[in-house]
Design a protein around this ligand. Structure first.
Ligand SMILES: NC(=O)C1=CN([C@@H]2O[C@H](COP(=O)(O)OP(=O)(O)OC[C@H]3O[C@@H](n4cnc5c(N)ncnc54)[C@H](OP(=O)(O)O)[C@@H]3O)[C@@H](O)[C@H]2O)C=CC1
Ligand SMILES: N[C@@H](CC(=O)OP(=O)(O)O)C(=O)O
Length: 353
């Protein structure tokens, strides 16, 4: 039940010793890049040295790795040598241009963009689910879409015991998923709204303060799904290793700074009870059960922000399915951590052993 990766072409990339690697963060000044630096430091990643790369606009600026200042370099043909592991989070076009170049030179790229996720020879990895797929990489390993990670990490142990046949996801996505500038737009537009001032959106397509709108990704006029929904559906199938799993998603942006929530409804092959799901979720890696009906206390973005674990609760039988094979539940997870930076660093940890 893991992603299929082809091994038909001989692999001639130079091999590197990964016991004490030179690590680079590409997109180091971004919302995700900054969290990658923080995660590497907090988790005491066994690196020999850290290189920070961003656009020419940031070259020469200094960021901290713990107490240590690191000067930012401009990403370019002259700055990509001598790197063992590169964590990329600078957008799809930067990944398309530089990830294959660096992989050819022996760097292992963990790419946070959607550029390579659905390529057959690129493992798409959530370490709690399919870390064994990492070994099949050919220089590039993809970090999945944040909603895919947050939704399927708690579902995987359920799926292993009682296969999930149909999955309905409805998201409540924070500003962090649209980058540092969108987070600033939420702060600024909220201040303006409360001051009764006019605010012209610059990053997102609609007024963000005190508003909710369909995800800002492009909408496919034929299917009606937007690109975020399409990514979630296809990536979940690839990671689950089940191309036929029935999945639908509705992705929505809400005025929250950095943790996404997902309402999940799933139908299993056999009968399943909320008690069974609670007990599986309570022991699932990277997941915390928050399911306190008495106090109406359930997963919230406020509690999930800044936290590595995903919060899962509101677990109940879906009464619209009389066969008792369906469950509804709610997930909150920090999009910048497990939804992006933390997952990438966990993949890098598997690489160094
Ligand atoms: N897995 C996931 O779910 C998520 C993935 N992402 C991916 O990560 C990317 C970055 O997201 P995020 O941090 O939110 O975005 P930000 O806009 O906050 O940061 C973008 C980063 O990319 C750098 N950058 C932009 N252009 C170039 C360039 N030509 N060469 C080198 N660096 C460049 C920026 O550097 P500078 O400051 O110098 O401009 C900055 O460091 C997204 O585009 C998306 O592909 C994002 C969120 C979640
Ligand atoms: N998922 C992010 C957008 C994003 O960067 O997605 P991806 O990594 O799949 O390109 C959001 O909340 O909007």
């Amino acid at each position: 039940m893991c992603a299929a990766v082809s091994d038909s072409v001989p692999d001639s990339r130079p091999r590197r010793d990964l016991r004490s690697p030179v690590v680079a963060v590409v997109g180091a000044t971004g919302a995700v890049g900054r969290e990658m630096i923080e995660c590497l430091h907090r988790r005491k990643f066994p690196l020999r040295s850290l290189r920070l790369l961003a656009s020419g606009r940031s070259a020469g600026q200094v960021l901290k790795y713990g107490d240590q200042p690191v000067v930012i370099e401009a990403l370019g043909p002259d700055t990509i040598d001598g790197i063992d592991i590169a964590l990329f989070s600078a957008g799809g076009s930067v990944s398309k241009q530089y990830a294959p170049l660096m992989a050819e030179r022996g760097t292992i790229v963990v790419d946070n963009s959607s550029a390579f996720r659905m390529h057959d020879d690129v493992p798409l990895v959530v370490p709690e689910i399919n870390s064994q797929a990492i070994a099949q990489h050919r220089g590039i390993i993809a970090n999945p879409n944040c909603v895919a990670i947050l939704s399927i990490t708690p579902l995987w142990p359920i799926h292993q015991r009682n296969p999930i046949r149909r999955l309905i996801l409805s998201t409540y996505q924070a500003a962090s998923g649209a980058g540092a500038a969108a987070m600033e737009e939420l702060r600024e537009s909220t201040r303006a709204y409360l001051a009764g001032e006019r605010y012209e959106p610059k990053v997102l397509p609609h007024p963000y303060a005190f508003n909710v709108f369909s995800h800002n990704a492009r909408v496919d006029p034929t299917t009606g799904y937007n690109d975020e929904e399409a990514k979630v559906m296809q990536e979940a199938r690839k990671i689950f290793g089940d191309a036929t799993m029935r999945i639908t998603a509705t992705c929505v942006r809400v005025p929250v700074l950095r943790a996404h929530c997902v309402s999940v409804n799933f139908e299993c092959e056999e009968r399943i009870t909320p008690e069974e799901v609670r007990s599986i979720v309570a022991s699932a890696p990277g997941v915390r059960l928050v399911d306190d009906a008495q106090n109406n206390y359930y997963p919230m973005p406020n509690d999930a922000s800044g936290r590595d674990e995903l919060l899962v609760g509101r677990i109940r039988q879906d009464v619209s399915d009389p066969s008792n094979r369906s469950i509804s539940m709610f997930i909150a997870g920090d999009q910048l951590l497990k939804g992006a930076a933390l997952n990438a660093v966990q993949i890098a940890e598997k690489l160094v052993g």
